[in-house]
Design a protein around this ligand. Structure first.
Ligand code: BES
Ligand code: ZN
Ligand code: ZN
Length: 495
């Protein structure tokens, strides 16, 4: 899709014209004028078809006009409920509508959207964001594509094209990062594995991202035995990727660090998973996918902030060389870990990745993202990511950013009594709790043992990284959840 903004002064003639209508059924000026010339066609259709202007209600009207083929009325619902979230959804709805029609040139007139605290020019940037977010699918491996994809030209009327363009430029960096995340998460595990993920990171160098890749040798030297243990059963070698976007005027200013779990396939290892749905475990690298996408976003919008992105990459396979349940490993921190269950591998990867990050970069804050536990979907379903933190301010800021971009997070408790549950009889800590409950919390407690005195947030995105039913903004499959959340958080608080 090609999106352009046009200051709304005069009616734009295109093959397909989309008018937004609230439930008050008041038409925009252009819609009204057009209708007048056509025997009050729009009012007639609204009455005849009982169009109520409900949110996302659609009526399509073929017209006999030298240029316009069809007019689409899209319901906007209640005026007081229009906000960034609902306008993005309208944008996404427009994309799904357009995917079903052949018209190449489209004009979108949502000029009825204007409120004192939500000017039309701002609203139209969010509409464009929604259009663009929804305009993505993964058909790389289809030899017969669904339909020949036409690049559609979309003209969005706006009260101020410069303002809409400026804001949309910022937002579209987040959309591009989100799409990169969705891409790598959708790729199969024979294509995306630790080394090839590292190659994906290298591709960001031309945007100004510094990329370093640590192999087995370097990680062994650093003592990252927790991470290495996870990958030791696989023929694919583990990697740790360090990406740096230094956008602050002072390149020495302490960075914010984002750390992602990148288990490129999680069979469970010797504690092997049942075969049912095991294929889902290709998205067990989604946390690292978000780190990759976010670094792209920051580079695209030339964010004025220093950020390090760390991807801990390993493939969890069963084999003769795989780690055993009962193995004890010495992590980079020096703490010993009893590996009771080889399927609780994400925390082992993160233990070393987090330790390395704080040790080397002394960051202002660490945020990790991981598809860490199935238990988080028992607690929160597929509506919120779980948030765990040692810092209320950081937790609250991320909560607010989640609401702003419609990638919501919900905080869960941590505490000493949960922590006791992971004490090991023979080592410092074990990688699963003794009790049955609170699986996501004990996982977070495990991570916290590797976090020193630094503000830290852990986001368990196991329920949010992939969607089987289809989300309004991102459809089915990989969602890229986390990129826009962290971009908003960084933009708002750091630049
Ligand atoms: N990758 C899984 C968690 C997961 C489950 C992600 C479903 C996405 C969807 C993780 O490595 C895992 O296997 N966790 C175990 C932990 C258990 C062994 C304590 C789980 O959730 O069952
Ligand atoms: Zn696992
Ligand atoms: Zn896993």
């Amino acid at each position: 899709m090609l999106i352009n903004f046009l200051a709304n002064q005069s009616f734009v003639l295109e093959n397909c014209v989309i008018f937004g209508v609230f439930d008050d059924k008041i038409l925009s000026k252009d819609a009204e004028n057009f209708s007048k010339n056509y025997n009050n066609l729009l009012e007639y259709v609204i009455n005849k078809q009982n169009f109520k202007g409900d949110f996302e209600e659609v009526v399509s009207i073929p017209v006999n006009h030298p240029i316009i083929d069809q007019i689409i009325l899209i319901g906007l619902g209640k005026k007081e409920e229009i906000n960034p979230i609902t306008t993005r959804k309208i944008g996404a709805k427009i994309t799904t509508l357009l995917s079903k029609i052949k018209n190449e040139s489209v004009s979108v007139d949502l000029s009825v959207i204007h409120k004192a605290d939500f000017p039309n020019s701002v609203a139209m940037s969010y509409v464009a964001e929604g259009i663009s977010l929804r305009d993505w699918d993964f058909d790389k491996y289809k030899t017969k594509k669904k339909s020949e994809k036409l690049v559609k030209n979309i003209k969005i009327l706006t009260s101020n094209s410069e303002q809409s363009e400026y804001l949309y430029n910022q937002l579209s960096a987040g959309v591009e990062g989100n799409k990169l995340t969705r891409h790598v998460v959708s790729e199969p595990p024979n294509v995306i594995y630790p080394e090839s993920m590292a190659e994906e990171a290298k591709k960001l160098e031309h945007l100004g991202v510094r990329v370093e890749v640590l192999g087995i040798k370097e990680m062994t030297k650093l003592g990252m035995n927790a991470l290495l243990g996870v990958g030791q059963g696989s023929t694919k070698e583990s990697r740790l990727v360090v990406m740096q976007w230094l956008g602050d005027e002072d390149k020495k200013e302490a960075p914010l660090a984002i750390v992602g779990k990148g288990v490129t396939f999680d069979t469970g290892g010797i504690s092997i998973k049942p075969s049912n749905n095991m294929e889902d475990m290709k998205y067990d690298m989604a946390g690292s996918g978000v780190v990759l996408g976010l670094l792209k976003t920051l580079a695209l919008r030339k964010a004025r902030v220093n950020v390090v992105g760390i991807m801990g990459l390993a493939e969890n396979m069963p084999s003769g060389s795989a780690q055993r349940p009962a193995d004890v490993v010495v992590s980079m921190s020096g703490q010993t870990i009893e590996v009771v269950n080889t399927d609780a591998e994400g925390r082992l990867v993160l233990a070393d990745a987090i330790w390395y990050t704080q040790d080397r970069f002394k960051p202002k804050a660490i945020i990790d993202l991981a598809t860490l536990t199935g238990a988080i979907t028992v607690a929160l379903g597929f509506e919120y990511a779980g948030l765990f933190s040692n810092n209320d301010e950081l937790a609250n800021r991320l909560f607010d950013s989640g609401l702003a971009v419609d990638e919501p997070v919900w905080r869960l408790p941590m505490g000493k009594n949960y922590d006791k549950d992971i004490d090991s009889d023979i080592a410092d800590v074990k990688n699963v709790g003794s009790g049955r409950g609170a699986g996501s919390i004990t996982a977070a407690q495990f991570l916290q043992r590797f976090v020193n005195d630094v503000p830290w947030v852990h986001l368990d995105i196991a329920g949010m990284a992939w969607d089987k039913k289809g989300k309004p903004l991102t459809g089915k499959g990989a969602t890229g959840f986390g990129v826009r959340l962290l971009d908003e958080f960084l933009r708002k608080h750091y630049g």
